[in-house]
Structure formats: C-alpha cells, structure tokens
Design a protein around this ligand. Structure first.
Ligand SMILES: [Zn+2]
Length: 93
C-alpha cells in the first residue's frame, strides 16, 4: 500500500517530502516528484513514513526507492539554512 502523504514547503507551498533516515535523522526536503537528476534515494515504509538516504555519485537507488531531487526553494534562496528547517519551524519566519 502506498500512502501519498506529503508536506508543503513553508515558503513556496510546493509539494515536498521530508524524509528521514532509517535511523530517524531528518534529511533535507525533496520535491514530491521523482527526479532523475536527484541525489537522494527516497522510499516509503509500510507505515507511510518517508525514508531516504543520499546516493553516491554513481549509485542507483534500489527498489522500492526512487531517485528524488532536493527542494531548492527559490523563495528561501536568500535565507541560508532555511532549507533545513521543518515546516513547524519555518512558520515562525
Ligand atoms: Zn519552497
């Protein structure tokens, strides 16, 4: 079962995914749609949690992961570090 949960970027309202590593560490947001030029493997756990990890330069994601690209927000471009904020934190800006 695939649960299509996603978040909205707190700045530009683009659909994004906030994956975490299998050990629970937060990762930078990725755009909701798979991106062949991305550098992160992202997949969804049985419970709907988005998991991800960075890919090496010559590494391909293994099933069920797909390649996603990081959300490079034009709106936050002038705010260094803002991309690492979670939506609940970004609202305060
Ligand atoms: Zn954005």
């Amino acid at each position: 079962m695939v649960i299509t949960t996603y978040a909205e970027c707190g700045k530009c309202h683009t659909r994004v995914i906030y994956p975490e590593t299998p050990t629970g560490q937060r990762l930078p947001p990725v755009n909701f749609w798979p991106d062949p030029a991305g550098d992160m493997a992202v997949w969804q756990s049985d419970t709907g949690t988005w998991l991800g990890r960075f890919l090496a330069a010559d590494e391909a994601p293994s099933v069920p992961a797909k390649r996603f690209g990081r959300h490079e927000c034009q709106v936050t471009a002038e705010l260094p570090g803002a991309l690492l904020l979670w939506p609940s934190q970004a609202r305060h800006h």
